[in-house]
Design a protein around this ligand. Structure first.
Ligand SMILES: [Zn+2]
Length: 426
């Protein structure tokens, strides 16, 4: 059984009468995941146009709330509302009503720590980098007002729409990508709450900043292997990586506690980075899957596992030989055992084994009984590559596939899935 992610603009612009026949081509669709708030993302990423959208050829997500919900500005922290969403033009209500008499379950998809947040308390909840600069549009998992905001959103989501299960995404510290590539966004968070938390466990924030400074200096000198070895073996940085993971785990534990009274059986599912990278961004599979019954990750082999690997390498190194050295150090740092040059990677991505390897790793790291969705890239690739990824996921320890995403997928990709399901082949 499979799931597919869908954006609010797909629902409003295409209409359900156009969407449903495409969903039927997937044959075994069980879950529809409509996004309730956008991220800062070009639709589709990074080039091309929306293949069926009759209104917009490209949509730029701007981090806004796309459901009908009351204002939370009196709390001091709120998410900017998308103009044009109203009770009469409510994508989540449209999709909910369209799925009432089907076997497809709607699971709203929320981006938790990344979005266009605003309010008097924003500066007390932002992620701060190692030199004291706020990272735009990111909230810190240790921020004091974040849990209450989302618990209230989920309570209002239940009240208006009746949903008791939500997929939560962006539950991590920032990665290096965004509106522009900036590796320093990873070197976070040094907000007052994180610094206090570090002191509580005997970790000196100044010592962490000093170790980060040494790491950054090695990268600046293009000593990529040495920099990687330093960061993987430095005790202060190891404690800091652990602190980041524990911060996210504690955040999820508190969020679950605050949302459990919304309705009987209210459940959060989690979207994580593939395990090669997850630890680096503050996500510990064992801890998080002990709290959430279902996890989805995105081992997109053609796209370097969903990370903007090319963007990072090119921000760190300019000459070809330097880029090869940086890429080789990247593979070592993230335990990616593929004999691959940077030139080969930019042409073809990671080998297909990446899908199975990462899914099997998710199974090994996750709590027993965790349901695992393997995210499948369903855009900007030839149909045979899509089928390869589905087959690799199904041969792995994952339970199901989750397609990303409806609005970016061209019709030939829907046909490829239909052929695979009906004929067992492409
Ligand atoms: Zn912080």
């Amino acid at each position: 059984m499979s799931g597919i992610h869908i954006h609010p603009h797909d629902i409003l612009d295409e209409g359900m009468s156009n969407i449903i026949p495409h969903l039927e081509k997937l044959r075994d669709l069980q879950y529809l995941f409509p996004q309730i708030n956008t991220i800062f993302e070009r639709n589709p990423v990074p080039i091309g146009s929306l293949p069926r959208n009759p209104v917009h050829s490209v949509v730029y997500g701007n981090g806004t709330m796309q459901i009908v919900a009351p204002s939370y500005s009196d709390r001091g922290l709120d998410l900017r509302r998308e103009p044009g969403i109203s009770a009469d033009r409510d994508p989540l209500m449209i999709i909910k009503k369209a799925m009432v008499d089907t076997n497809i379950e709607v699971v709203p998809w929320a981006n938790i720590l990344n979005g266009h947040f605003e309010g008097d308390r924003l500066q007390h909840n932002q992620v701060i980098d190692y030199v004291g600069r706020p990272v735009q549009h990111w909230l810190c998992p240790n921020g004091p007002d974040v849990i209450e905001l989302w618990a209230q959103v989920f309570a209002d989501l239940f009240k208006r729409y009746g949903f008791t299960c939500v997929m939560i995404d962006r539950i991590r510290f920032p990665d290096w990508a965004g509106t522009a590539i900036d590796p320093t966004q990873v070197l976070t968070c040094f907000c007052e709450h994180c610094q206090k938390g570090m002191h509580t466990i005997g970790l000196d924030p100044d010592a962490v900043r000093q170790a980060i400074g040494s790491w950054v200096a090695l990268l600046g000198e293009k000593q990529f292997d040495t920099a990687g070895y330093f960061a993987r073996n430095n005790e202060v940085l190891a404690a800091w990586f652990r602190f980041r993971q524990d911060s996210v785990s504690a955040f999820i534990a508190r969020l679950i506690e605050h949302t459990s009274s919304i309705a009987p059986g209210f459940t959060l599912w989690i979207d994580l980075w593939p395990p090669a990278y997850s630890w680096f961004l503050g996500q510990d599979y064992a801890e998080l899957t002990a709290m959430a019954p279902t996890v989805k990750h995105f081992p997109y082999h053609k796209l370097g596992g969903g990370a903007d690997v090319q963007g990072l390498i090119e921000s760190l190194a300019s000459a070809d030989a330097e880029r090869e050295a940086a890429f080789s150090a990247f593979l070592n740092f993230f335990d990616l055992p593929y004999p691959l040059s940077y030139a080969e990677f930019t042409a073809d991505g990671f080998p297909i084994e990446f899908v199975r390897d990462q899914n099997d790793l998710v199974r090994r790291k996750s709590a027993p009984g965790t349901r695992i969705f393997s995210g499948v890239q369903m855009w900007n690739l030839p149909p045979e590559n899509l089928v390869d990824a589905i087959c690799a996921a199904e041969e792995s320890a994952a339970d199901d596939v989750l397609y990303y995403c409806y609005g970016w997928a061209t019709d030939d990709l829907f046909e490829a899935v239909r052929n695979l399901r009906d004929k067992g082949t492409h």
